[in-house]
Each structure stands twice: as C-alpha cells, then as structure tokens.
Design a protein around this ligand. Structure first.
Ligand code: NAD
Ligand code: UDP
Length: 339
C-alpha cells in the first residue's frame, strides 16, 4: 500500500513510517517541521534501507497538498499533523484550534478532490473526558475535555464522523492513543521534545542524561496504590505496529471505527521512575511536588477491541520501554541536534 503520513516526521509518525516500510508499504511524508526535523526521516530511511517520498509543506496549504496527493496518489492517509502540548494549548487556544482543525479540514477536502478514501486519525484517550470510569472502552461516549488540545481531538473525531456520514465511500479509523513512550530499539530515532519536556518519560530521560537536575513528581496523595498517578504507557513501536494493522483494516471497509491503542495495564509515576533507574543503572534525583492542574488520578485502556478486530496487542514490557528510551537518549543526548 502507498501511505501518506501527514506530520510523519514527528515522534509517532517517524516510528510508524519505519514500521510501514518494514512491512513493505511505500511511505510519503508531508510535514512543516514545526515540531520536528527532516533528520528523523533521514534516519528512518537508513534503518529501513528504503527511501521515503518527503515533502516540506503545511497540511493547511491546500494547493501544496493537492499537488502532492494528485502526484503521489496514496491509497491511504494517516493524520498525525497537530500541535500537542496540553499546557501550551491553554495559553494559546486559538493557535491549537486553527492548526489542528484547519489541517484536518484541508486534508479531508483535498482527499475528496483527489479520490483518496481512507484515513486513520491520531486521536487520544483524552477524548473520554474527565468523568469517564476506568478502564476506557470504545463504546463510552466522548466526554468533557479539560483543555483546548483535548477538545481539538474530540472535535476532529466529530468532523471525521460527519464526513463519513455524508460520503459513504469514506473509511475512517480513529486511534485513541494512551501514553506512548520509548523509542525504536536501534536508538536511532526517538522522542525529541523542544524545550522543557511536558511529558513524564522524556523528562526522566533528560534527568538521566544530565540535561535536567531533578524530576518533579506531580502529586503523591492521589487515591492510587502508591499515591502517584497511573497511566497506560505503551511502547511507541507497539503503537506503530497498531497503525499498520489499522491501515489494512480501514482500507478494506467503509464508515467509522474507533480503537484504543493501549496495553490495558497501568503503571504509576513512581513505578515508571524505578523501571527507568533499573534500565540506566543509577538512581535519579526526584522530589514530590504539587499536583499538576488537570491531571486525572488514573486511566487505562480496555485493549480488547483492537485485539479482537485488528488482531493487534502490545507486546513490549515496561522494561523494554525504559531500555529503549534510555538507549535513544544516551546515544542522542541532545536529540536530533548535533551535541
Ligand atoms: P509530534 O509533534 O512529534 O508530531 C506531529 C508532527 O506534525 C510534527 O512533525 C509537526 O511538525 C507536524 N505538524 C504539526 N502541524 C502541522 C501542519 N499544519 N502541517 C504539517 N505538519 C504539521 O507529535 P507526536 O507525539 O508524534 O504525535 C502525533 C499525533 O498523535 C499528534 O496529532 C498528537 O496530538 C497525537 N497524540 C500524541 C500523543 C503523545 O503522547 N505523543 C498522545 C495522543 C495523541
Ligand atoms: N508527571 C510528573 N512529572 C513530570 C511530568 C509528568 O509527575 O515532569 C506525571 C503527570 O502528573 C502524570 C503522569 O506523569 O500523572 C503522566 O504525565 P504525561 O504528561 O506524561 O502524560 P498525560 O497522561 O498527562 O498525557
């Protein structure tokens, strides 16, 4: 299959590109590098031993996108292109709505004009909202999101559902990611956040490599077994392989389907820290701090539907996640920038 990855130079997109190339698919990437660089794609090509068709363009630029789609004629699109920092989305909500919604609308319009009928969308567990019981199951309705980033995901799911009602030829697969972490086992590609990491795993990795002094653990008085929050951390290569299955599934059908991509098992912030210490082989400085606004105590996936219908389940353990994250960070202390 020929697959266009919008936002494919980013963290999840680059790992998915590699999984798709390794599964024999052809990959086209469109990215404006607002949160990535072409270096990730260069490394994906090296690892796969095959080229990627790479375009620097904003997905909101319909003339650029039309020319790419009509020239390359992909069978399917995976839509990763979006801004994703929760805290920043509270500060600059309009930039989040503008980028994430416009990118989706332009992509759908251009797909319509060029006859591309299959789309897989990077959604998030955040769409279940603040009040959903755990574990999250796909049959639950979308809930009230606690920040503009989450609302963009919820709104985009609605837009895609409406588009599929109006166009019975459209196939939409909504993938609700839980907490992707880790890196490809080679250590050549990985997560490279700009500035101070918001997310737990890159923060821990940067403490381990000496870029940050101390991990602040946001809250140790939650109603959880050790008082710290629990999340469903999933290895990014498991997630990438889930996309390959979702693509194959989506290409053979019409309408909308939604899948959780998680492991089904939660780990706490402290468990994550200790697993990482085991992987790197030394203790990491940490301190307990105030709760972070908007954090939920715990959530994890019911991962049964993806297993039943896609035949996919996460295979990699927490130790694998920490080993691979550390391998990437140790080999690339400054990420893709030359150190
Ligand atoms: P990322 O920032 O590494 O990747 C997103 C990519 O999209 C970047 O390369 C960025 O340059 C590009 N992009 C953004 N806007 C664009 C535009 N208008 N035109 C062209 N390119 C554009 O993020 P990621 O972690 O790889 O996440 C990929 C997708 O998955 C995002 O939509 C994100 O919201 C979603 N998601 C991520 C997580 C997570 O924890 N990483 C969890 C749930 C959902
Ligand atoms: N967390 C933390 N310190 C950090 C970053 C995150 O204690 O520096 C906690 C955060 O409060 C949450 C968990 O780690 O309980 C996962 O946070 P992350 O931002 O990685 O993912 P989220 O589930 O919020 O999308």
């Amino acid at each position: 299959m020929k697959v266009l990855l919008a936002g494919g130079a980013g963290y999840i997109g680059s790992h998915t590109a590699l999984a798709l190339l390794n599964a024999g698919h052809d990959v086209i990437i469109v990215d404006n590098y607002c949160n990535s660089s072409p270096e990730s794609v260069r490394r994906v090509e090296q690892l796969a031993g095959r080229p990627v068709e790479l375009y620097e363009a904003d997905v909101r630029d319909s003339s650029a996108l039309l020319s790419i789609l009509s020239g390359s004629r992909p069978d399917s699109v995976i839509h990763f292109a979006g801004l994703k920092a929760v805290g920043e989305s509270v500060q600059v909500p309009l930039a989040y709505y503008r980028n994430n919604l416009d990118a989706t609308l332009t992509l759908l319009e251009c797909m319509g004009k060029t006859g591309v009928r299959n789309i897989v969308f990077s959604s998030s567990a955040t769409v279940y909202g603040e009040d959903a019981p755990v574990p999250y199951v796909e049959t639950m309705p979308r809930g009230r999101c606690s920040n503009p980033y989450g609302w963009t995901k919820s709104m985009i799911e609605q837009i895609l559902e409406d588009a599929a009602v109006a166009d019975s030829d459209l196939s939409v697969v909504l993938l609700r990611y839980f907490n992707p972490v880790g890196a490809h086992e080679s250590g050549r590609i990985g997560e490279d956040p700009r500035g101070i990491p918001n997310n737990l795993m890159p923060y821990i990795s940067q403490v381990a490599v000496g870029r940050r002094e101390c991990l602040n653990i946001f809250g140790n008085d939650y109603p959880t077994p050790d008082g710290t929050c629990r999340r469903d951390f999933i290895h990014v290569m498991d997630l990438a392989e889930g996309h390959a299955r979702a693509l194959e599934y989506g290409a053979g059908r019409k309408g909308v389907e939604v899948f959780n991509l998680g492991t089904g098992t939660p780990y706490s912030v402290l468990e994550m820290l200790h697993a990482f210490e085991k992987a790197c082989g030394f203790p990491l400085k940490h301190a307990f701090a105030e709760r972070r606004a908007g954090d939920l105590p715990e959530f994890w996936a019911d991962a049964g539907k993806a297993k039943r219908i896609l035949g996919w389940q996460a295979k990699r353990s927490l130790d694998d996640m920490c080993r691979d994250a550390w391998n990437w960070q140790e080999q690339n202390p400054m990420g893709y920038q030359p150190s």
